[in-house]
Unconditional design. Structure first.
Length: 95
C-alpha cells in the first residue's frame, strides 16, 4: 500500500473487520447461463479478500474495474465486504 493511502487503509481496515463472507454471498449467479454477469463477477472476486485487491500499485483492483463490473450483480453482503477496496480505488482514481 502506498504511503499516501496508508492512513485511509488503516481506518477502513478497522471499520470493516468482517471476514470473507463466503463464495455463496458474493454475487447473484445463474447456473443455466455461464456468461451471466453475476457469474463473471463471482469468478473475479471468488475467494479474494478485499485487502488482496489492493497491492502496492492497485494493479489487481484496476484490472477488475477495467472489466466494467456492474455493482447490481453483487449480493448485499458481498458488496458490503468489498466496499473498503472500492473506496480506496475511487480515491486513487480521483488523483
Amino acid at each position: 500500500m502506498c504511503s499516501k493511502y496508508s492512513e485511509l487503509f488503516r481506518i477502513l481496515d478497522d471499520a470493516f473487520v468482517r471476514g470473507y463472507p463466503g463464495d455463496d454471498y458474493i454475487a447473484v449467479v445463474r447456473s443455466d447461463y455461464p456468461r451471466y454477469e453475476g457469474n463473471v463477477l463471482l469468478e473475479d472476486f471468488k475467494g479474494k479478500s478485499w485487502r488482496s485487491l489492493l497491492d502496492d500499485d492497485f494493479l489487481v483492483i484496476k484490472s477488475v474495474f477495467r472489466k466494467n463490473i456492474n455493482f447490481a450483480f453483487f449480493k448485499a453482503i458481498g458488496f458490503a465486504y468489498y466496499v473498503p477496496a472500492f473506496l480506496l480505488y475511487f480515491c486513487l482514481e480521483k488523483d
